[in-house]
Each structure stands twice: as structure tokens, then as C-alpha cells.
Write a protein that binds this ligand. Structure first.
Ligand SMILES: Nc1ncnc2c1ncn2[C@@H]1O[C@H](COP(=O)(O)OP(=O)(O)O)[C@@H](O)[C@H]1O
Ligand SMILES: [Mg+2]
Length: 257
């Protein structure tokens, strides 16, 4: 059974999508089969890997609403070799419609992923920057949640709120949900702030924090414009090395059980 990891933080611009794309890709280079689920109406993961022009009429939203078959909606990409359940703008109104489904509105994604979970080693969910019903669906479907934290002022603001949401989902819908880890992103060794923030996060969350911090690296922001992960775009850059290390660390932690 594939492990389902939600990448969540209700703050925008902290590196969720960049991590979703490059962790998914990193896992495929380790021989794992991966499905990347784009649950953000902004569809950044979708457009960072697939063609910009396309609007994907069958997507994570129509699948959750049972208007499309998940197997038909999934797009197969060759480079990097992974499957993608795309998103499109229709997800923007999703929460309003989904909210009326009762009971079971929080388990729409879980029910659909269950149909394909056996076919993958990992299913990575890229969450939107909010703690609404879409993120609740991701947390209900997931085995664990990976939290990117940007090395900036107020980095921890919001993480407390996210942890409360996680606890609530554990209590009501998904008692087995675990914290996969906290990932420091956009780390810049030259700035005092980055160093201070990373110190603070490591003091607060100790072993939950990944050893590797993802450095600020412009190549990471360029790769999506070519529909590539960092491993095809520039495999030698510091961003690629860091995401490679994250992938290895994550696999190692999962072996330890
Ligand atoms: N380590 C990094 N170095 C440089 N730019 C980055 C890095 N991580 C993300 N970015 C850029 O920062 C912006 C926000 O990142 P993104 O992954 O989209 O965040 P989120 O999904 O949390 O909103 C994007 O333009 C992305 O390309
Ligand atoms: Mg995003």
C-alpha cells in the first residue's frame, strides 16, 4: 500500500509546491512509483510539470465529486516519470459545493485515493494555502503530513494553528495521522535571520525537523517554467542536491518505521 503524504502549511509561498514536485521526482529516481495529487486551485504543481495550455477537465475536483474516474483523470508523465492527478480553477469553488455533502465531506479524497493506493509506493498531496475543507480532505486521506517552514520572520506563525488542525483531524477523522517532519525551506546561510529561524525551529521541534534545509536557489524557481523537476533541469545545483538529500532522509526515516 502506498504511503500518502500531505504537504501542508496554510501560509502561501513557503515551498509546498516546490517540495511536492521535487520530492515526488526524487522518489521516482530512487525507483519508487509516485502519484502527485494537486489539490490547490492555483494548479501550480500541475502547470509546473504539465503543459500550461491545458485545462484538465478531469481533475482532482471532478474525481472527488465522482464526476470523473480517477484512473482516467491521472496523467502519466515520462520525465520525470510520475503520475499526476491535476488541478484546475474549478477547485476554487470546490469547498462551497463539497461542504454540502453530508456525511462524508471530509473523506471524498480518501475514498478516491483508496482505489489506486496499491499501485504506488508514495502518493504526495500538494495542499492549498488554507486550512479549509480541501486541506481537511488531504489530512483525512494522508498517513502523514510534511510541513515546509520558510526561514523568514514569523516562520512559526501559523504552524501552531496547523498543528491544532492536525490534532482535530486526528481526533475526528484520522487517528492514524502522523507528522512526517518539518522541512526548513529557502534557507540562506549568509543571512543572520535564516540561521536564527532555523535554530528556533530546531529547538522547538527537535527530531521532527529534517537535517537538510532546502537552500534558496533560483534554479528551483526556474525549473517549473520548463515543466521539469530540478533533477532534469539542473541536477548539479544546490537545490537538486538538497532535494536529493531530503528524499534519502525521508526514505531512511520510513525504513526505521
Ligand atoms: N528553495 C527555493 N529557492 C528559491 N526559490 C524558491 C525556493 N522554494 C520555492 N521557491 C519559489 O518561491 C515561490 C513560492 O514557492 P512555492 O513552492 O510555490 O510555495 P507554496 O506552494 O507554499 O505557495 C515560487 O515562486 C517558487 O518557485
Ligand atoms: Mg503551492
Amino acid at each position: 500500500m502506498g504511503k500518502i503524504i500531505a504537504i501542508a502549511n496554510q501560509k502561501g509561498g513557503v515551498g509546498k509546491t516546490t517540495t511536492a514536485i521535487n520530492l515526488s521526482s526524487g522518489l521516482t529516481y530512487q525507483g519508487k512509483s509516485v502519484l502527485l495529487v494537486d489539490l490547490d486551485p492555483q494548479a501550480n504543481a500541475t502547470h509546473g510539470l504539465l503543459s500550461l495550455g491545458e485545462s484538465y477537465q478531469e481533475n482532482s475536483y471532478t474525481v472527488m465529486m465522482e464526476e470523473a474516474d480517477i484512473r482516467k483523470a491521472i496523467v502519466h508523465k515520462e520525465q520525470p516519470k510520475m503520475d499526476i492527478l491535476p488541478s484546475n480553477m474549478s477547485l476554487a469553488g470546490a469547498e462551497l459545493v463539497m461542504d454540502k455533502i453530508d456525511p462524508g465531506k471530509e473523506a471524498l479524497l480518501k475514498n478516491q485515493l483508496a482505489k489506486v493506493q496499491e499501485e504506488y509506493d508514495f502518493i504526495i498531496i500538494d495542499c492549498p494555502p488554507s486550512l479549509g475543507l480541501l486541506t481537511t480532505n488531504a489530512l483525512t486521506a494522508a498517513d502523514s503530513v510534511l510541513i515546509p517552514v520558510q526561514c523568514e520572520y514569523y516562520a512559526l506563525e501559523g504552524v501552531t494553528q496547523l498543528l491544532l488542525t492536525i490534532r482535530l483531524v486526528q481526533k475526528t477523522y484520522n487517528p492514524a495521522l502522523r507528522i512526517e517532519g518539518i522541512l526548513l525551506t529557502m534557507f540562506d546561510i549568509r543571512t543572520k535571520l535564516s540561521v536564527e529561524v532555523s535554530k528556533e525551529v530546531r529547538q522547538n521541534f527537535v527530531r521532527q525537523v529534517y537535517q537538510i534545509a532546502i537552500p534558496r536557489n533560483v534554479k528551483l524557481s526556474e525549473a517549473p517554467s520548463r515543466s521539469l523537476s530540478i533533477f532534469e533541469y539542473d541536477p548539479k545545483c544546490s537545490g537538486a542536491q538538497a532535494y536529493q538529500q531530503l528524499t534519502e532522509e525521508l526514505i531512511k526515516r520510513n525504513k526505521r518505521g
